[in-house]
Design a protein around this ligand. Sequence first.
Ligand code: PLP
Length: 467
Amino acid sequence: MNAINPTAPDNDEIQALDAEHHLHPFTDTQALNAKGTRIIERAEGIYLWDSEGNKIIDGMAGLWCVNVGYGRSELAEAAKAQMNTLPYYNTFFQTTTSPATRLAKELSTLTPGDLNRFFFANSGSEAIDTVIRMVRRYWEVEGKPWRKVLISRHNAYHGSTIAGTSLGGMAGMHKQGGPLLPGIAHIRQPYWYGEGADQNPQEFALACAQALEDKILEVGPDNVAAFVGEPIQGAGGAIVPPEGYWAEIQRICRKYDILLVADEVICGFGRTGNWFGSQTLGITPDLMSMAKGLSSGYLPISAVAVGDRVANALIEKGGEFVHGFTYSGHPVSAAVALENLRILRDEGIVKQVGEVTGPYFQQQLRERIGSHPLIGHVEGVGLIAGMALAQDKANHTLFASDLDVGTICRNHCFDNGLIMRACGNRMVLSPPLIITQEEIDQLIDKALHCLDLTVASLAEMGISIGA
Ligand SMILES: *Cc1c(COP(=O)(O)O)cnc(C)c1O
């Protein structure tokens, strides 16, 4: 019987149906079906409960999105009220809805610089597709239609549509379902601990930014439309570029008159302690993609913030931009996003992350997790952090990538009431922004216990850890 809801179908039945009919994203279906899916039943604050009654700390805020935490009935009420008034209307036919317009206005007050206009979509991937079409259209309108190439980075994540997959730099994704979109080039990622620890971080930052200039010169400066990057790489393993990287990237973009796009899908809406990661990392982008925390994941919605340079050109010289989605500016999603932004603002949540919980989380992670023998390095800002698993931390020896230590650790976490994600051999945390200091302590206690269990599992496999 289902422990939480006795009238619900029981677990075995749901698992059987799931195995029979449901294809999960980013999943080896055969392996999953052999094991059975875990059924998540309800949630409150930072906690989830599964159908067996286990209480789990959600150290990932779903997929980096439940910024205000679970169980905010105001968001349900906002959706209900909007559904009862106007559940749907489009924004194509020279029409708008009040929530869509008010959301655009509200976002313009939160975004930095001259990001004053907003194009709505439903997912981060769609926002990225919109970015690609929009920057290429911008250069057409400016009379330079040959400027088509977008430059991104290896191990970047920009979504899973064909355009998002192509723009992203995930090697495993590039291997499936090609050919990929033409007109995209990749440069090295600024992952200092993994790829640059023989240099000091400043030298490494400059070398990684120099790769952009080298690529621009290789492609031809007049062929490049834009550079796109996550302020902090999320799915790549919560990688924070070393000091100086973004300033140099920005200088190079300006030098060659290349548009700079910040993919804020994870960093946006308080994750790094400011409204946007661009503010934390000192970036002044021409465009921003945003999703996830925009509605705290309660409903799907995304947006592209467009600065005056691109918006004015498209508006004044571009005529009709033939792009959009049935659900662009969906009134119910927009109403929920508005209420979510109100909660983040009125409850001082972003400020709290910037001044209190973020610094506490980072300091506790470095002190307690950073001293664990299995952890080579901790990095992060605000409430996002990545931890590199190391085989011999003193000698800076990482695990071979075919030894899936991240998954071993992730599975121990899952079995012990903590969701911590593995990105290769990096462990990642990105909890709801309403997490308290006491809850951070609990989360770290659990993570430490699971790291110990991982060391024990490795010992059983005959692999020892050099401390
Ligand atoms: C999640 C993510 C996306 C894709 O968003 P979806 O809503 O899954 O399509 C794009 N960019 C970044 C940085 C992301 O983290």
